[in-house]
Design a protein. Sequence first.
Length: 409
Amino acid sequence: MFRQIADSITEKKQAEEALRASEERYRLLAEATHDVTYIVGRDDRVLYVNSFAAGMLGMKPEEIVGRRRADFFRGEINERQRRSLDTVFTTGEPFEIEGPIPQGGEVTWQLTRLIPLKDDSGEVYAVLGVSRNITDRKRIEDALRESEERYRLLAEASRDFIFVLDRNDCFVYVNSAAEEVAGKKPEELIGRPRASLGVPPEMLARQKEANNTVFATGEPLSAEGQYLMGKGGRPAWHNVTLVPLMDGNGGVQALLGVARDVTDSRERAQRLEEANIALKVLLRHREEDRQDLEEQFLTNFRKLIMPSLEKLRKTGLTPRQSAYVDVVEMNIAKVFSTSGAATGLSHLNFTPIEMRIVEFIKDDKTTKEIGSLLNLSPRTVEYYRDRIRKKLGLKSKNVNLRSYLYTLP
């Protein structure tokens, strides 16, 4: 009997020692962490608080334990904590809450997890609270939300079709322009496969080829073609840019696409190109007509005017009259030299007398006949013929001068 009692006392002592050891381990763990750790009883009194939590209030743990929690918090913070604790005491289930807490003269955001502590009967006699400072995370999340909102507003304001497509070929996001492109509202496409666009199979095939390239290479892609329908349900030309969206491991988890309808500008460019071609043809025909007219004019001039001047010179003109004839011939030479049909000769800087001799040679006049017409000796005419050949680059070449002159434009 005594032995049984002794054994029972020993077991109880061992259990108490084990409990104290366990509690000491958890206490040391709570003291080592930078999370706020505390225990609150049903009467709202603090049963335990770690050094980190006490330090936040500028106090020591022993100055807090045994006092009411409401002694340290006021207003909305106190009410929020009280409601959360009541929920755990009532339901017996863990509860998580996020909110601002004063710390070191400033407000920080804390993520608090409340865990019920139950006795042997299952009754909740206290609540263990662990709060972690998530201020930095909160700021990042807020900044991210603001950034996403700015880009969302930008995307919604754009007339381009903007979308995000995941690896399952489903839309994660589409902007309002989808209604104009596909005739469907964003909510009718988000979460649905790409085929929901309702475009012809050949367009779906072109889309798939471009998308697969981005998923496979992880590189952005720009392309232009008939990838989507346009206004009135007709095939349209779009300039499409696809950008890979990477996951944390460097893999492509989705792609961002921007499709701009360039059908109107493409058609305008095509019409402009056709107009330019037509204009070039028209200008070429006009130039040909001009050249034909000039050649006809020069031919008629040589046949109708020059022979008359030659006959006039043979009529025994006075020196004054002969000078006037020379002036007429010089002006004719100037007309020939500035004419497009005579550019082959004008750039050679022939003198007026040389131009007259050139015309006589082209009219198949002999050296003697040219000398008689110009009142020059045959030897002088030969001198000018040599100068003409030299200027034409025919010196010491066995080339017929008259035939060569007719090859010039």
